[in-house]
Design a protein around this ligand. Structure first.
Ligand code: PYC
Length: 332
């Protein structure tokens, strides 16, 4: 029996995929996107698995559904989907979703060139530059981002002791700077990132509790951000973000860049108004700015902006059918 048919616009943001699902939305219970995210995970998660996992997706696949706004001042709401679940916030996902939605006429902003979006982690503001039908660049003002734990010490099997920071930028990130047992990303292969990241994530989650003080549905360190010396002219830093079971972000990671900017701000390495250009494992760049300083439950936080671009490369119609033994997909 056919379980669902999904029309999708496929795009990538600086190299990382964004599959914007434009039909087949389940009705979600809840007043906020945080509540709707939990309802989706509890009752409709097979749709995410079918659309993100192999054979219809792959380890790096991610995407989004657009929903009507939850707040009076918003233009729309976004539910992010990817292989590890539904992220509270996704920067590359926002840039790809806005590009695909504006280019296809799915979203008409109240104010030209500007959008306010409800996302599970809160509310974000977006502005974009357009030339004809094409969206050239998208800038998002992210949720408050902060350094949650400084100088955490963890022992990683096969690597030894690492000193890491944990920062929040819409998801919680373990940030690893070069040190005795980690020479820097430029000296590591992608295989090493894939091997050591889940071990580090497990070690840090066993040793430290991480929960957002204003939303208890956001907890646990989901992403590992390894840093290194950049290769692309104009970059201030390089990173590779591991997430899910086997994904390395091909984009410079919007929430990861926000988390790293919060870490650098708190450590006195970045000031209000300053720009931080972050490059990804493939050398693509996001440009971040510390827009403002604020606080989250008494802890100093920044409001970061992230700017990047996306390209729409096609569309497809995906069917998920019970007769298919891999209706809910698989990951290897
Ligand atoms: O851009 O925020 C991001 C992101 C999270 C996971 C992959 N990309």
């Amino acid at each position: 029996m056919l379980k669902g048919t999904y029309f999708c616009i496929d795009a990538h943001t600086c190299g990382n995929p964004v599959r914007l699902v434009t039909s087949g939305h389940p009705v979600l219970r809840g007043d906020s996107m945080s509540e709707k995210r939990l309802d989706f995970l509890a009752n409709h998660d097979w749709i995410r698995k079918g659309l993100m996992f192999e054979p219809r997706g792959h380890a790096m696949m991610s995407g989004a559904f657009l929903y009507p706004p939850c707040s009076d001042n918003a233009d729309a709401s976004v539910l992010f989907i990817e292989t590890s679940g539904c992220l509270p916030m996704c920067g590359h996902g926002t840039i790809g979703t806005v590009t695909a939605a504006i280019e296809s006429g799915l979203l008409t902003p109240k104010t030209p060139g500007e959008l306010t979006l409800d996302v599970p982690a809160g509310q974000i503001r977006v502005s974009y530059k357009q030339q004809g039908d094409k969206v050239l660049a998208v800038k998002l003002i992210n949720v408050p981002s902060y350094l949650a734990i400084a100088d955490a010490c963890v022992s990683v099997p096969g690597l030894g002791e690492l000193i890491i920071d944990v920062a929040y930028g819409g998801n919680f990130y373990a940030i690893v700077e070069p040190q005795a047992n980690f020479p820097g990303l430029e000296h590591w292969s992608a295989d090493k990132v894939l091997h050591f990241s889940p071990l580090l994530r497990e070690a840090i989650n066993n040793a430290y509790q991480c929960q957002h003080p204003l939303d208890n549905s956001i907890s646990g360190i989901s992403h590992v951000l390894w840093t290194g010396t950049p290769k692309t002219p104009g970059s201030d830093g390089a990173n590779a973000v591991f997430y899910g079971d086997g994904a390395i972000d091909r984009s410079p990671c919007g929430t990861g860049t926000s988390a790293r900017m919060a870490q650098r701000f708190t450590r006195g390495l970045l000031k209000q108004g300053e720009r931080f250009v972050h490059e990804s494992i493939i050398g693509s760049q996001f440009s971040g700015v510390v827009e403002a300083v604020t606080e989250v439950a008494g802890c100093t936080a920044i409001i970061p902006s992230i700017e990047g671009w996306a390209h729409v490369y096609g569309s497809n119609q995906i069917r998920i059918d019970d007769a298919d033994p891999y209706a809910e997909g698989f990951l290897v």
